[in-house]
Design a protein around this ligand. Structure first.
Ligand code: ADP
Ligand code: TZD
Length: 569
């Protein structure tokens, strides 16, 4: 072939999607293949990206979301159209709710068929279905727009308040061709995707004045504070000011849970008694009793650091909003505190300390018991002690009692190592988060799971074994949802709505895929199994037999059950 008649070298939509992701340093896709995206997954792998294939899209989406939370880069989830997309949508909605950056990319049917509702294979108007549950949703129709579409999705996911973004890629787009030169030019590398947002000086002054006038100040750290990766500034603010702090569950470890200023063991006391509360990346939603009522005791004034201005006054009046990124806002407050601040009074700190000691004594009496069978406390004591020796381990946690007790018993020592049911209190994040955390960090994961919670994503044990991930799942097996002792009041053959098969052996499930299963009935056995499993760095599942009468309905959320507020006849 001579130079003159050589046809122009071509690329296509498949290549451009991969090129656009790689051009923005995205190196991993979590997904599940099928028409029309199988070749996209193959190509990603061929081009050196990691493709982690799941057994259900919701788990792939959860893995992507937690990867986004850990890295500040959007996690990518790839699915097929309609049902695959809908399976992934739960994870996208959960990511948006939790402010985690992720992008759900789904293949879709052609517009002309979808819009006339002519009944295509897996037909659905996915873009409009995604919109209410995503921070943003985009569709690309021309191959030359793939670069800009991916750039837009990335920026929407990570800038400002992070969230889930949907990117719709119709099958025909993937097959469209374009000259290599034109394709290359169409790629966009996103410059400064998470720009700093500096708080207004007067907002910082207002906050400092309030803090300086406080008699009983409190700092409340949320998962936004952990996400922001401003660990050193946050620690300096806490330590320089001397103000006691409370971590929300995913902010545990931002400072080590054993830190002297942690008021976690006196949580109810400080929430009720504080007069000025500084919220750092934490929303006053149901997890904080909406900032009012009995939990919060006497009236108080709030300072709120958040990147989203509309979060302010969402539940109660905020006296001093500080809008900006947490790193910049905390640095500004810290500078002010360094230039003059009286540490909290000995009265306030002493009152917290004595409440802490009282509660910790009560807790250690519970933890020291050794009932047979194990209860939540004795099993969690064993896990706490093993994890104390391995602060590098990522912890995933879901369930009702299993979540509530683990949150207060298992200490965290490093930031962004605890991943749990989060803002929705959702079940089903377990194996997706575990896989996402293992793949993203390359470090071991221990997933502490209620038996019901585990069931939502349990089939991903195969995925864990397939990729030989260092994930140890501990199933707190108490034979049911919350507990296993309910009975069918009619005496009929069906068991009660909360009851599962008694004495199930979840450890056998992982053995089916070549993983290591343990069945443990005592804290000593649990300690031994967990230590061995973490050290082996191989897929393992520990079936921990828990007293089936140990749990309470809905864990610590009994007050949210309608029956508890309904007028009793
Ligand atoms: P928690 O459940 O731990 O209380 P939330 O998810 O309710 O935490 O709150 C996280 C908050 O952090 C959100 O309001 C979000 O807008 C905010 N946020 C997230 N990232 C940043 C950041 N980099 N800078 C400032 N605020 C942030
Ligand atoms: N479905 C989804 C998606 N999320 C939920 N939160 C629930 C259902 C309701 N639910 C809870 O809030 S906790 C829970 C369910 C089903 C399971 C509790 O049982 P468990 O944990 O075995 O996981 P414990 O430790 O035995 O209480």
């Amino acid at each position: 072939m001579t130079n003159e008649n050589r046809t122009e070298e071509l690329t296509d939509g498949f290549h451009l999607v991969i090129d656009a992701l790689k051009c923005n340093d995205i190196d991993t896709i979590f997904g599940l293949v099928g028409i029309p995206i199988t070749d996209l997954a193959r190509l990603a792998q061929a081009e050196g990206m990691r493709f982690i294939g799941f057994r259900h899209e919701q788990n792939a989406g959860n893995a992507a979301a937690i990867a986004g939370y850990m890295t500040q880069k959007p996690g990518i989830c790839l699915t097929v159209s309609a049902p695959g997309f809908l399976n992934g949508l739960t994870a996208l909605a959960n990511a948006t709710t939790n402010c985690f950056p992720m992008i759900l990319i789904s293949g879709s049917s052609e517009r002309e068929i979808v819009d006339l509702q002519q009944g295509d294979y897996e037909e659905m108007d996915q873009l409009n279905a995604a919109k209410p549950y995503a921070k943003a949703a985009y569709r690309v129709l021309k191959a030359e727009d793939i670069g800009i579409g991916v750039a837009r999705a990335i920026r929407a996911a990570v800038s400002g308040r992070p969230g889930g973004v949907y990117l719709d890629l119709p099958a025909q787009l993937l097959g469209q061709s374009l000259s290599v030169a034109h394709g290359k030019k169409s790629l966009v590398r996103v410059v400064d995707p998470t720009p700093r947002q500096i708080p207004a000086p007067e907002a910082v002054q207002r906050a400092l004045e309030l803090l300086r006038g406080a008699k009983r100040p409190l700092i409340l750290l949320g998962k936004g504070a952990a996400y922001a990766q401003a660990d050193a500034e946050i620690r300096a603010l806490v330590e320089t000011s001397g103000i006691p702090y409370l971590p929300m569950s995913m902010a545990k470890g931002l400072l080590p849970d054993t830190h002297a200023q942690s008021a976690a063991a006196a949580r109810s006391f400080v929430l009720a008694e504080a007069d000025v509360v500084l919220l750092v990346g934490a929303r006053l939603n149901w997890l904080l009793a909406h900032g009012k009522g009995k939990t919060w005791g006497a009236p108080k004034q709030f300072i709120q650091i958040d990147i989203a201005p509309t979060e302010i006054d969402s539940n109660v009046a905020i006296a001093a909003p500080v809008i900006g990124d947490i790193g910049s806002c905390v640095s500004a407050l810290l500078a002010g505190i360094k230039s003059g601040f009286n540490k909290p009074s000995a009265d306030w700190l002493g009152a917290i300390q004595s409440r802490k000691e009282k509660n910790l004594a009560k807790m250690s009496a519970m933890l020291d018991q050794n009932p047979t069978p194990m209860n939540f406390h004795s099993a969690l004591r064993a896990i706490r002690d093993v994890l104390e020796t391995r602060p590098d381990v990522n912890v995933v946690n879901e369930g009702a009692n299993t979540l509530d007790y683990a949150r207060s018993i298992v200490h965290m020592y490093k930031p962004r190592k605890r991943f749990d049911s989060g803002t929705w209190g959702i079940m089903g994040i377990g194996m997706g988060y575990a896989i996402g955390a293992a793949v993203t960090s390359g470090l071991p994961v221990v997933a502490i799971e209620g038996d019901s919670a585990f069931g939502f994503s349990g089939m991903e044990l195969e995925t864990i074994c397939r990729y030989q991930l260092p994930v140890t799942t501990v199933v707190f097996n108490n034979n049911g949802v919350y507990r296993g002792t309910d009975v069918n009041p009619t005496g009929g053959a069906d068991v009660a709505p909360t009851v599962f098969v008694k004495g199930a052996r979840y450890d056998k499930m992982i053995e089916a895929f070549g993983g290591i299963g343990y069945n443990v009935t005592t804290p000593a056995e649990l300690t031994k199994a967990l230590t061995a499993a973490i050290a082996a760095g191989k897929p393992a599942l520990i079936n921990a037999v828990i007293d089936e009468s140990a749990g309470t309905e809905s864990g610590r959320l009994t007050n949210l059950n309608p029956a508890s507020t309904a007028t009793k006849k």
